[in-house]
Design a protein around this ligand. Structure first.
Ligand code: PLP
Length: 427
C-alpha cells in the first residue's frame, strides 16, 4: 500500500498510545516499513535512527539476527502453552538463568506480559504475603516523580501528574516520599523515617525505580539513598520492590541496577529490554521466604491466583534466552562502558549553549534539560527538527534524552550530537 493511503487508514482506525490525536492534524504520522540495526525505514525508504530504543525496549538493534533466529526456531516447535499445570523448555531455562544472573537469593520467577502487569503482580504479592501472615496492611509507599505504568494499581504508585491526575478518583490511596534532588539525601531519608514510624504498620511495600526515574524526566539519584531506604524499610517490616522495567538489562551500566546497590529488595520487576524489543514479556522475581508464605494445603486459600492468558509465552521466552546469550557472548557490559564514556564526552559539547542544563549520564542513559521558554512545546519542536535530521528522539517535556540500542557506533553518536548542535544553533 502507498504511504499516504496507509496514513489515512491509520488515522481512521488507530488510537495511538500516549498521544493527543489532534496533534496529528499537523504532526506527520510515520508508518515504518522495515528496520535494521539502528535504523527504521519508512515507505519512501527514508531512514530514522532509533535514539530511544523504541520506548526503551530495543537493546541490540532492530531485526537482530540472533534474537530473530531464536524466535524462528521456536515458532515451529511450540508457540505457546497454558502455564498453569504445564511448562516448556524456554521458560525453564530462562527462569534458572535469570535467578542465577540476578543472584542475591532471588529464586522464583512469576511471569506476565507487560511492565504494568508485573507491577500489579508485585503489589498484590506483597499485600498477599502480609495477609497470609495475618497482617492487615493495605498501603503502598512510592517516590515522588516515579513512574510504574498505566494500569490502575501501577498508576496509583506513580508520581507523574500528567498521567495520573485525571484518574485520581479511581486510584488506591498511597503514600509518597520525596526523591532526593541532589547528593545530600539526609532530608529525604528523615522524611522516609517519619512516614515509616507513623504508617509502617499499614505499608505493604516501598516501590522505586533504582538509580534512574526514566519517565520522570530521566531523574538520576544517589545509590546511597536506596541502600539506606532499604535498611529502614526492612527495620519496619516493609517490603521493597525494585521496578527495573526500564533500567534492567544493562541500561545503568550493570546487568541490573540491583548490582550497584549493597542492599537487596524483596521483589524485582523486569520487562522492556527482556526480549530485546521483540516480544511482550515481563517477570517478577522474588525470594524463597515470600514464596513459602503462599505454600500451603489448597483449602487454606493462600495460593497466588493471579494469571494472564499469555503468561510465559514460549516465543517471548525464546527471545529472552537469546538476549541473555548475547550478553554472555558479546561482552556487552564492558563495551557499553566505553560507549557510555564517549556519549558523556560528546554530549558535553552541548554545554556551550547557555539554555541547556543538568547534563547527566548513567550507563546507557544520557539527558539534559532545555531551560529556554522560547517555544511553547520545546520538546515537540526538537522532535520535529530531529526528524528532519533522520533522528528519532522523543523528548519528555523539556528533557532531551538519549537511550540508544547498545549496538550504536561512535560515529553515530557523534552524528547525533552534531545534529543537536545544529538544531540548538537555530534557537
Ligand atoms: C515502561 C515502564 C513501566 C510500564 O511498562 P509497560 O510495559 O509500558 O506497561 C513500568 N515501570 C517503568 C519504570 C517503566 O519504564
Amino acid at each position: 500500500m502507498q504511504s499516504e493511503i496507509l496514513k489515512e487508514l491509520d488515522l481512521k482506525h488507530i488510537w495511538h498510545p500516549c498521544t493527543q490525536m489532534k496533534d496529528h492534524e499537523n504532526l506527520p504520522l510515520i508508518p515504518i516499513k522495515r528496520a535494521k540495526g539502528m535504523w527504521l525505514y519508512d515507505f519512501k525508504g527514508k531512514a530514522y535512527m532509533d535514539c530511544v530504543s523504541s520506548w526503551w525496549v530495543n537493546l541490540f538493534g532492530h531485526c537482530n539476527e540472533t534474537i530473530a533466529g531464536a524466535i524462528k526456531k521456536q515458532v515451529d516447535e511450540l508457540e505457546h502453552v497454558i502455564l498453569a499445570g504445564f511448562s516448556h523448555e524456554p521458560i525453564i531455562k530462562l527462569s534458572a538463568r535469570l535467578c542465577q544472573k540476578v543472584g542475591r537469593g532471588f529464586t522464583k520467577c512469576f511471569y506476565a506480559d507487560n511492565g504494568s502487569s508485573a507491577i500489579e503482580v508485585a503489589l498484590k504479592m506483597s499485600f498477599h504475603y502480609h495477609f497470609n501472615q495475618g497482617k492487615k496492611k493495605n498501603k503502598f509507599l512510592s517516590l515522588s516523580n516515579s513512574y510504574h505504568g498505566e494500569t490502575l494499581g501501577a498508576l496509583s504508585v506513580g508520581g507523574v501528574g500528567l498521567y495520573k491526575d485525571t484518574y485520581k478518583a479511581l486510584l488506591l490511596e498511597c503514600l509518597s516520599v520525596s526523591v532526593p534532588k541532589n547528593k545530600d539525601y539526609q532530608k529525604e531519608l528523615q522524611e522516609l523515617k517519619s512516614i515509616l514510624t507513623k504508617h509502617g504498620k499499614e505499608i505493604c511495600a516501598f516501590i522505586l525505580e533504582p538509580l534512574v526515574q526514566c519517565a520522570g524526566n530521566m531523574h538520576m539519584y544517589e545509590v546511597g539513598f536506596i541502600n539506606e531506604a532499604i535498611k529502614l524499610c526492612h527495620e519496619f517490616g516493609v517490603h521493597v520492590i525494585f521496578d527495573e522495567i526500564a533500567v534492567g538489562f544493562g541500561r545503568t551500566g550493570s546487568l541490573f541496577a540491583l548490582h550497584q546497590c549493597q542492599q537487596s529488595p524483596d521483589f524485582i520487576c523486569l520487562s522492556k529490554g527482556i526480549t530485546g524489543g521483540f516480544m511482550p514479556l515481563s517477570v517478577v522475581l522474588t525470594k524463597d521466604a515470600i514464596y513459602q508464605s503462599f505454600y500451603a494445603p489448597y483449602k487454606e486459600q493462600k495460593a497466588f491466583l493471579h494469571s494472564h492468558s499469555y503468561t510465559g509465552n514460549a516465543l517471548a521466552c525464546a527471545a529472552a534466552n537469546a538476549v541473555l546469550d548475547i550478553f554472555e557472548q558479546d561482552n556487552v557490559l564492558e563495551k557499553n562502558q566505553i560507549l557510555s564514556q564517549f556519549i558523556k564526552e560528546e554530549f558535553a559539547k552541548l554545554k556551550k549553549f547557555d539554555f541547556l542544563a543538568n547534563f547527566r549520564t548513567c550507563g546507557m542513559i544520557s539527558a539534559f534539560d532545555i531551560l529556554s521558554v522560547k517555544y511553547e512545546r520545546v520538546g515537540l519542536f526538537v522532535f520535529e527538527k530531529a526528524l528532519e535530521k533522520a533522528l528519532l528522539l522523543r523528548p519528555l517535556g523539556n528533557t532531551i534524552y538519549f537511550m540508544p540500542p547498545y549496538i550504536i557506533t561512535k560515529e553515530q553518536i557523534s552524528y547525533v550530537v552534531e545534529s543537536l548542535e545544529q538544531i540548538f544553533k537555530e534557537f
